[in-house]
Ligand binder design. Sequence first.
Ligand code: ZN
Length: 135
Amino acid sequence: MRFRYEAVERMPKPLMPGVVYHSEEFEVGALLCACGCGHRVSLLVPDSHQVTAESGMATVRPSIAVCDAPCNSHYFITAGEVEWLRAFDPATSRAVMRKQIARHALGDPKPPFLQRVLAALGRAWAWLTSFGRPR
Ligand SMILES: [Zn+2]
């Protein structure tokens, strides 16, 4: 299976096999697991993964480790080509899962969206308060 790159605004459902979907706005990616098990793999961009396009084909870095599906697949996607890596043993995949959950829970106290809202509010406030100031 080869993966092409598709830029989307929102993740479609259902996903098509062989497509890495990427939403720059919402900073997420999604694909159906390359092993064909049908598991929906979600990528956090750019926290956990980088998704790029190379002449229409998808490249995902670092490797994708499917820890939350029975297939336990682990692979790179480079210019659409899947390169299989050794599956994590159960202990490692549990550790990866825990790390990802910890990053979700404790990682960034302000999600990017909130940061953008706060920045916009800050700019609006500066603009409003600029009127009273002597120039
Ligand atoms: Zn799979």
